[in-house]
Ligand binder design. Sequence first.
Ligand SMILES: [Zn+2]
Length: 285
Amino acid sequence: MFPDAKRFAEKKIKLIRAFCWDTKCINIKIMKKANINSREIWLEKESQHYLFHFKKNSYASKLIDIVISEQEQCFKDISQLLRTVPVQKIQYWLCDSAEEVGQKSNSPECNGITCCEDGTVNIYCVYSENMKCTGYHEDTHAVAYFYNDINSNALAEGLAMYMDKRWWSVENELCTFVYIENNIYVSVERMICERNSNDEEYFLDIDDCYSYPIMGAFVAFLVEQKGADNFLRLYSYNGTNWKVEFFKIYGRSLSEIEKEFIYYISSKKYTDNQKTDAHSKLCTE
Ligand SMILES: [Zn+2]
C-alpha cells in the first residue's frame, strides 16, 4: 500500500518520501478510496516561509491558521538546528487523502511526500479529520534540501526522524532499545555504508519500522552527544565514502561510534511498562 524508497529512487527527479510516522499504522486501517474531484477549487494562503494550498470547504481550510502557526514553529526549530533558511518559500499542499497526495505529486499513494527539484520544494500531505500528516518530518526534508541535498537516504531520514522524535508514538531511543533487547537491531554502519546488488543503499532494504527509528536515535546521538557542529559538517558532505568522512570528523571509526551508540541506548533506564507498551506497538516478531 505504501510506496517504498526504492521506487522513488528509480524516478528521474529527486524525491524524498516520508509518511506521518506516528499514525501510519492507523491509516492502514482507515484509508479508503477517496472520490477526487479534479474540479475542486484550490485556495492559497501565504505565511512567512510557506505558501499553503488547500481546497475550498476542506477540513484543512477550517484549520488553516492553526496549521500555519504549527508549521512555522516546526520550520523555526529545523532551521535553527540546520542554521539554514530556504531561499524560496516551501509549497505546502494539504490533501484530503493518500490518493490525492499521489495524484497531486505524481507519485504512488502515500500520506506525505516531499518533492525537491531545481530549487523548488513541494510538500504534499494528508490533512483530514482522521489523519494529520503535518509536523516536523516532511518540513525537515524540505529545509535540509536547502542545506545540502545529501547523498544518503539513511541520514536524511535519520534527521527527519530525529525531529519527529517518535515512531508510532514510541520514542526513537526506546524503539532502538527494544530492538537491541530482542536481537533485531539493524546496524547503522551497514545502513549508511553498505549497498545492495542493485547498488542501492542497504538502508532501503530494511523495513521502515526498524530503519527509521534506529537512524533517528543515531542522529540524535550524533547531534546531542557528539556536537551539532560536527553533525552539520557530516550532513554537508556530498560524497559517498561515509566511513572516511566519519573518521575525518569524529576521529573514530563509524563502527566504534556505533558501539558507543549501542552502549548509550542500552544504558537507558526504561520501566517494564514502557518496554511492554513499546513491544506491543513495534515490529518485534
Ligand atoms: Zn522522510
